[in-house]
Design a binder for this molecule. Structure first.
Ligand code: TA6
Length: 312
């Protein structure tokens, strides 16, 4: 009888630990040694490492790990409001909440489970939340790690209310980069964007690729579903694939704003860049019983291979 290759038990590959606030966090691993960590605090991904153990997400050395404030780094989730364009706190309340494990989520496509380490989380509004945002919803989040080391986030927001509601959304993704002045974004050329540094005035992107020499805080509209962030120094490219997320936020605070943020180092803007899959310009509206899905897949490829990704 031939020996079958050791089958990787993905369920067993999920380790539960408690952070220093006693909040559960889940460490997903794959057979190649890559990993991702997700906290019940905000359903926030707080780490994503490649098979060499290199951290791919930025976290500030001054990050505050004290709920309810979301920690500065990883992938906080902005819901049901992006930014301060609404009556709620900046970026909504989801990132400040303690989520629960979803033991029995409605099925996803088999491809979203097969050969992946994953964890399913659930957020339901508290009575307190409903005072500020009077809507009943179920927010299901699956975070998974593939055998290739890709990080996938699948959000499903269901309206279990008696009446329609609308929301905006972003995966506020803090990418770790070697030197911001050596980074370029491809895929957002010629698009219109709302400039948060100019009262959300609308402009059209002129440049071929986006490069950085000052503060940037923009919402690129109707962006393609594949965007590439090229880090020349590290000869690597982040390939961002998104579905159900028409907009892309690009944020780097640069020097002045960095100094104004207590949970961010003055020079740290050089090692991070936020590129968020988002739905902002046209809020998502759900009728009772309807469900929205927003999918983000992050991959890292060596820069010499990136162009073929963009032709998808
Ligand atoms: O567009 C990104 C942004 O809205 C910026 O304006 C900046 O405020 C950033 O998010 C961080 O927000 P936070 O509330 O986490 O400090």
């Amino acid at each position: 009888m031939g020996h079958s290759a050791a089958v990787w038990d993905y369920r067993a590959a999920t380790e539960i630990t408690k952070d220093w606030n006693g909040i559960n966090q889940f460490l997903l691993r794959n057979p190649q040694g890559a990993s991702a960590r997700v906290s019940l605090h905000g359903g926030q991904v707080t780490s994503w490492r490649n098979e060499h153990g290199e951290e791919l997400l930025f976290t500030s050395s001054k990050a505050i790990f004290k709920p309810p404030k979301a920690m500065r780094g990883g992938i906080p989730i902005c819901f049901p409001q992006f930014g301060n364009c609404g009556s709620l706190e900046q970026h909504g309340f989801a990132r400040n909440k303690i989520w629960t494990v979803d033991d029995n989520p409605p099925p996803l496509h088999p491809n979203d489970s097969h050969g992946k380490s994953f964890i399913d989380l659930l957020l339901k509004p508290s009575e307190e939340d409903q005072k500020g945002w009077p809507h009943s919803f179920e927010f299901r989040l699956r975070v998974s790690l593939t055998t290739d080391g890709d990080l996938i986030l699948i959000s499903r927001v269901r309206n279990i209310n008696g009446k329609p509601f609308s929301f905006s959304f972003a995966y506020h993704t803090y990418l770790s980069v070697s030197d911001i002045s050596e980074v370029r974004i491809e895929g957002l050329e010629t698009l219109d964007y709302l400039d948060n540094l100019c009262q959300r005035e609308r402009f059209t992107e002129q440049g071929d690729a986006i490069t950085f020499e000052s503060e940037m805080d923009r919402v690129y509209l109707s962006s393609p579903n594949v965007i590439a962030v090229l880090d020349h120094e590290k000869k690597r490219t982040y390939v961002i694939r998104k579905e159900g997320l028409p907009d892309a936020v690009v944020w780097n605070p640069w020097d002045k704003k960095s100094k104004s943020m207590v949970d961010f180092g003055d020079e740290e803007y050089k090692q991070m860049l936020c590129v968020d899959g988002a739905a902002i310009e046209k809020p998502i509206t759900l009728k009772p019983g309807e469900e929205w899905t927003g999918r983000l897949q992050l991959s890292v490829v060596s820069s010499s291979f990136c162009s073929e990704y963009l032709n998808l």
